[in-house]
Design a protein around this ligand. Sequence first.
Ligand SMILES: *Cc1c(COP(=O)(O)O)cnc(C)c1O
Length: 387
Amino acid sequence: MTETPPAPTAPLRARAEIDLAALRANVRALRDRAPGAALMAVVKADAYGHGAVPCARAAVEAGATWLGTATPEEALALRAAGIPASVRVMCWLWTPGGPWRRAIEEDIDVSVSAMWALGEVVEAARAAGRPARVQLKADTGLGRNGCQPGPDWDELVGAALAAEAAGLLRVTGLWSHFACADEPGHPSIAAQLTVFRAMLAEAEGRGVRPEVRHIANSPATLTLPASHFDLVRTGVSVYGISPSPEIGTPADLGLRPVMTLSASLALVKQVPGGHGVSYGHHYVTPGRTTLGLVPLGYADGVPRHASGAGPVLVGGKWRTVAGRIAMDQFVVDLGGDEPQVGSRAVLFGPGDGGEPTAEDWAQAAGTIAYEIVTRIGSRVPRVHVNG
Ligand SMILES: *Cc1c(COP(=O)(O)O)cnc(C)c1O
């Protein structure tokens, strides 16, 4: 297919370039992994920091038929941006008093884990004069959101069936979420599948006819075909990031990281040996050297926990954050090299241009790559290319 060239970019302090061609290829690769299931692209949290609307559009172009968000506000924002009702949108994190009626009117599938939520959605459907699309969420072992098996599930399924008979809702889905899918072989995975099948059988035995049954997130989609059911809910893998190094690198999985975070060096200067660098002087130059100032900090989502450890490609070489990461800036020791002020410092990207990856930053900060991309702040412009 023809790719449009990257938009001409004015010199920016910093930018997160989002490669939508890579995102589309990732969606296609994931569809190939789960050929019997529909694909939901999870675009919560501004598409894990990548920009919800352009990423949602690109995912749909590549064959995603569902979009998933955590909050109803995120789901409504997709509709407000023009994502048509032919694309199913589901959201799953509700609190009392949430915008149920608007969600119903905007053809959003809503998740219900408890009787309080079923009560609110039924009332909203009555007010809206049309049935809600409700997906009942089972807690098959995650111990987070979802309805417990046993009497709680009995009660919720019974109440949903009664509301369906009254024309107030349609149970469009039965679903759950894994606790440890990123640790293939973890005994909880098989245990959760067993509980899920039992909870499905109970609901279906009582007359629930869901359009979709689903439990697989990215790691389950990539490692466990038995978990695919009718729909897979892929998030981090859509953005080209492996759910965990244990499962493989993005390249092993046929994925390509979508976000490249870079900045323009704001200053390059020579300093003597023994010079403290940044707050607290946790780095002291070992000898005469050059320092480069990178205009990104924890206000931009660069994790302060990666102080003294985060890798950055500058002038063709990996450098390490020298001393503390501050709110707006950090310093790298350039070891005597003198790249021009304004040259590009790449914190992470796909990795094939020699730059570090989000996974490298996750290791430096003691976290997961999910968090590294998602936390990049709103002060960093997203530049979408290959749209
Ligand atoms: C975030 C989320 C997903 C996507 O998980 P990934 O591991 O990023 O694929 C799927 N389902 C639910 C309920 C989620 O909250």
